[in-house]
Design a protein around this ligand. Structure first.
Ligand SMILES: *Cc1c(COP(=O)(O)O)cnc(C)c1O
Length: 423
């Protein structure tokens, strides 16, 4: 069956034909590609068409697809049983790697998704502080737990309105969503609600409105303000963890949050998430503390084996080299767009980047929203036809992997040159 037929079949059985909305091609049009196989920097669809992949499963595949050592670790672990519902040495090995890589993390709880990690982190912050309200930033995604799916209306301390039907108003009202990179509005919100704020949760480098780096001082101010008001600071490093460094953005910035959320890369392509941080906070989790959290498949041995294999390879890899490769690619893109006189703004942090179809600077959700999404859709379709699989949305990051070599980068830029000629 071709992609169209599979999409028609899938839509009969699965809402929208996809098990996660970001996979649908709603904003770019057409049928999603049904993937049959992936190796290194490429994915192959049901029709046998091969694409250079810049989605990388939305972050986890930093080593490229089907890395032989990761696949071997998965096979070996599966041969010893796939789940026990009892602790294993592998979970200690994972926790040790995370605590060694993140200076702020003294203890770790492993879960099965990033959503579970952030959901548990805010429950823990609420339990620890005895407060109910939380602050997040508009355009930051922290998984789909009720309290975190809230977007703000305009205005500084606007109370949250539900970002999705099904989220009780009473709960949404406890989430304040403020503009990213603007610590003045945070200061103002804390002045007003400080005694009720349990935590501030932030993507230290935003990746879910497209890539937006923190302004110098922004995260430092959040650290100071949370200390001043007795709230916890949570870094959601589900994307940035082991992506921007062996460790997270906090290592590069020299900031110690109280709690850190991880996912994606630490699962090596299997379903994993984790939260970690200060011992006194983490010990509030059951069974040492009263804040409940549990999971049948938490710390799953096959997932742990995949994650550990991935981290051990990453430890010997050069993030600097990966960042330089991404820089070269971004420079190539920028040159091609400017030769054609097409406005573009490329935000890059290490191997993460977004090509915003706009002339202006992109520093928050409002400025990201100014991008020409229709132009992006046409660019996306051209690149797809030319064998380059970009994110099917303007507001996502591109993820470069260690498997993307000179050949893939050159082919990508050749494709871009051809596509821009047709637009
Ligand atoms: C992907 C993501 C999540 C959610 O992780 P899932 O494993 O998809 O539940 C949370 N936070 C950030 C920053 C993410 O990018």
């Amino acid at each position: 069956m071709d992609n169209q037929d599979l999409f028609a079949e899938a839509q009969k059985l699965i809402p929208g034909g996809v098990n996660s909305p970001v996979r649908a091609f709603r904003s770019v049009g057409g049928a999603p590609r049904f993937i049959r196989e992936a190796q290194g920097a490429t994915i192959t669809d049901a029709e046998g068409k091969v694409y250079i992949d810049y989605v990388g499963s939305w972050g986890p595949m930093i080593l490229g697809h089907s890395h032989p050592q990761v696949v071997a670790a998965i096979r070996e672990a599966a041969g010893r049983g796939t789940s026990y519902g009892a602790p294993t040495e592998l979970e200690i090995a994972m926790a040790r790697r995370i605590t060694e890589a993140f200076p702020s993390v003294e203890m770790v709880r492993t879960v099965s998704s990033g959503t579970e990690a952030t959901m548990t982190a805010i429950r823990l912050a609420r339990g620890f502080t005895g407060r109910d309200k939380i602050i997040k930033f508009t355009g930051c995604y922290h998984g789909h737990a009720d309290s975190l799916l809230v977007k703000a209306g305009s205005g500084v301390a606007t109370l949250g309105i539900p970002g999705s039907p099904g989220i009780p108003r009473q709960l949404a009202e406890l989430t304040l969503s403020l503009p990213y990179n603007d610590s003045e509005t945070v200061r103002e919100a804390l002045r007003q609600h400080g005694a009720d704020i349990a935590c501030i949760i932030v993507e230290p480098v935003a990746g879910n409105m497209g890539v937006v780096a923190p302004r110098p001082g922004f995260l430092e101010e959040l650290r100071e303000l949370t200390r001043e008001y007795g709230a916890l600071l949570i870094f959601d490093e589900v994307i940035t963890g082991f992506r921007v460094a062996y460790g997270g953005w906090q290592n590069l910035a020299g900031i110690a949050p109280d709690l850190t959320c991880l996912g994606k890369i630490i699962g090596g392509g299997l379903p994993v998430g984790a939260l970690g941080g200060r011992r006194d906070v983490m010990e509030q989790l059951a069974p040492t503390g009263p804040v409940y959290q549990a999971g049948t498949l938490s710390g799953n041995p096959v997932a742990m084996a995949a994650g550990i294999a991935t981290l051990d390879i990453l430890k010997g890899n050069s993030y600097q080299a990966l960042g330089q490769r991404a820089e070269a690619l971004c420079n190539g893109y920028r040159d091609l767009f400017s030769q054609k006189g097409i406005p573009v703004r490329i935000n890059r942090v290490g191997s993460l980047f977004t090509l915003f179809c706009t002339a202006g600077e992109v520093t928050d959700f409002a400025s990201a929203s100014g991008s020409d999404t229709q132009f992006y859709a046409r660019f996306f379709q051209g690149m797809l036809a030319a064998g380059v699989y970009l994110a099917p949305s303007q507001f996502e990051a591109a993820f470069l992997s260690f498997a993307h070599g000179d050949v893939e980068l050159a082919r990508t830029l050749e494709a871009c040159e051809r596509v821009l000629k047709t637009l």
